[in-house]
Unconditional design. Structure first.
Length: 323
């Protein structure tokens, strides 16, 4: 068992190294990042993984773009960290309005009224903001006094989320809302990220989140939330357009963020330009390994960045979680 576990850990590490190599090669060859790239094709990734020199066992690797997700910490306007980012607030309202249409949840709020987007967004904002002022979000919010009244009590962070699972500590974020469940529809965990921090100006101690989503890789629920209210129907057309092929070759150029206007029936729709991009340097790698009767998996968040000394691209691990 000790031998197999040691081998499994090396298999996981090798799988992650394959992902890094694919992402670095992609950066050297293309400017935009999209579902058309090699790293996004499960068959191509599997082909490279199969070349790893392990005589026994099986390795699986899946790479997804972290920029395809909604930036959780961008809901508050940093570096000030006190007020809503209005563009992100509207995005969140559209996202949760669509989510709640498909699912039914109970809430601990007064009279157990149906859960509404503001009943999720406001507590998240209060958890994020640097103040402790309930006047901003009102009754549906939750500051430190609320969390201290729970059993057991705990404090409100009043700062950026460190991990996506921290959302489960926020008022009204129940497991059935957080996790994907087949019987209730999709959850939010796969569509939100805590990553995306960047310097705010020249002061290296200040930071912000631009909140931009890669329209080339975002999944259907996120694309639908990017659409203006009443235009959500266009999301399926946009997703299909990205993957359209002729003679087994992709036929559409996704390098310009405005490419979505080329989709039939979408030309009159306007997505806020402050919400979308076509590039990313943040990725999530899910790697699994099986050997004999044992199995191991890990989720690794990687950032592509240029080495200041060599000028070459490299991948740095931001988070490694063994599942």
């Amino acid at each position: 068992a000790t031998r197999d576990n040691l081998t499994l850990s090396h298999m996981i590490g090798s799988g992650v190294d394959v992902a890094k190599a694919l992402l670095i090669r992609d950066k050297n060859n293309t400017e935009a990042d999209s579902v058309q790239d090699e790293w996004a094709d499960p068959k191509i990734v599997a082909k490279y993984v199969d070349q790893l020199p392990f005589e026994k066992g099986k390795i699986t690797v899946k790479i997804t773009d972290e920029r395809s997700r909604i930036q959780l910490n961008a809901l508050v306007d940093y570096p000030d960290g006190k007020n809503f980012n209005p563009v992100q607030q509207k995005l969140w309202k559209r996202f949760f309005a669509l989510l709640l249409q498909q699912q039914e949840f109970e809430t601990d709020a007064l009279f157990s009224e149906p859960l509404k987007p503001d009943m999720i967004i406001n507590p998240v904002k209060d958890w994020l903001d640097s103040g402790d002022n309930e006047a901003i979000t009102g009754l549906s919010g939750a500051e430190n006094d609320y969390y201290q009244s729970l059993d057991p009590p705990y404090g409100c962070r009043n700062g950026p989320f460190k991990h996506i699972s921290e959302l489960l500590r926020v008022k009204n974020i129940k497991p059935e809302l957080f996790y994907s469940m087949a019987e209730t529809g999709y959850g939010i965990a796969d569509y939100i990220t805590v990553y995306g921090m960047k310097p705010a100006g020249e002061d290296r101690h200040q930071f912000t989140y631009d909140g931009k989503i890669n329209i080339n890789t975002a999944e259907l629920p996120v694309i639908a939330a990017l659409m203006p209210v009443g235009q959500e129907f266009a999301a399926e057309e946009i997703v299909a357009y990205r993957e359209e092929k002729a003679n087994d070759q992709y036929i559409h150029d996704l390098s310009n963020p405005g490419w979505y206007k080329e989709v039939p029936g979408v030309g009159d729709i306007e997505i806020d330009s402050g919400l979308i991009t076509t590039t990313s340097d943040l990725f999530r790698v899910r790697c699994g390994a099986e050997l004999n009767e044992a199995a191991m998996s890990a989720t690794v968040v990687i950032k592509r960045e240029k080495n200041e000394e060599t000028g070459k691209w490299q991948c740095r691990v931001l988070n490694w979680t063994n599942n």
